[in-house]
Design a protein around this ligand. Structure first.
Ligand code: TMP
Length: 209
């Protein structure tokens, strides 16, 4: 692929949007063409699946159905948006990707890692992010922020234990895949988080120095 694929992850309310804006500014300053997208979602079909997945008025799907719907959305997103953009040399900034599936459906819901890895290979082939930024925060703090913004969606409404497992999965991913991932402490003030992000990204990607 000619473009670079950057993903950003973390627990609910960790501040992904603010930090994606920092990343967008870095790319714009260097005249790098990019698309910003999100998961689940990013295409018309995948956004419909997102509504179904996050709807807290509907019935709860089986954990395996949830997993399959997420990969169904991802397959459409990859085929129609992510892969074509990367092939054209554009960079892609994606708000969540498969590390979220290992965290939420794997550690959160307790589905086996091997099942997720198998779907990952089927849907993505060899495509993996070039860089993943994982923002770390205790989920109690993140969920408090989300609550102050309004009603919680179906996944946000999960127990605190679920969200702690999600956090631990992200920390483990950052440790296991330290070449690809940057783990950033998001509990400090916004300016410090953003400066840490700029420095860490420049360290990993020479184009952003
Ligand atoms: P967000 O984009 O506002 O963070 O919301 C997306 C929600 O979807 C969030 O609760 C995490 C969840 N999710 C999964 O459970 N598995 C996944 O693979 C992805 C991408 C998201």
């Amino acid at each position: 692929m000619k473009g670079k694929f950057i993903t950003i992850e973390g627990v609910e309310g960790v501040g992904k949007s603010t930090n994606i804006a920092v990343l967008e500014e870095l790319l714009r300053d260097r005249n790098i063409e990019f698309v910003r997208t999100r998961e689940p979602g990013g295409t018309e079909f995948a956004e419909k699946l997102r509504c179904l997945l996050l709807d807290n008025a509907g019935s709860n799907p089986a954990a395996l159905s949830e997993l399959l719907l997420i990969f169904a959305a991802r397959a459409d997103h990859l085929e129609k948006l992510i892969t074509p953009a990367l092939e054209l040399g554009k960079w892609v900034i994606c708000d969540r990707f498969t590390d979220a599936t290992f965290a939420y459906q794997g550690e959160g819901r307790g589905l086996p890692r091997e099942a997720i890895s198998a779907l990952q290979s089927l849907v993505q082939g060899k495509l993996r992010p070039d860089l993943t930024i994982i923002l770390d925060l205790h989920p109690e703090i993140g969920l408090e922020r989300v609550r102050s913004r309004g009603k919680l969606d179906r996944i946000e409404q999960e127990t605190i234990d679920f969200h702690v497992r999600v956090r631990n999965s992200y920390i483990e991913t950052a440790r296991r895949d330290s070449g690809r991932c940057i783990l950033i402490d998001a509990s400090t003030d916004a300016d410090t988080v953003q400066q840490t992000l700029r420095d860490a990204v420049a360290d990993k990607l020479p184009e952003l120095r």
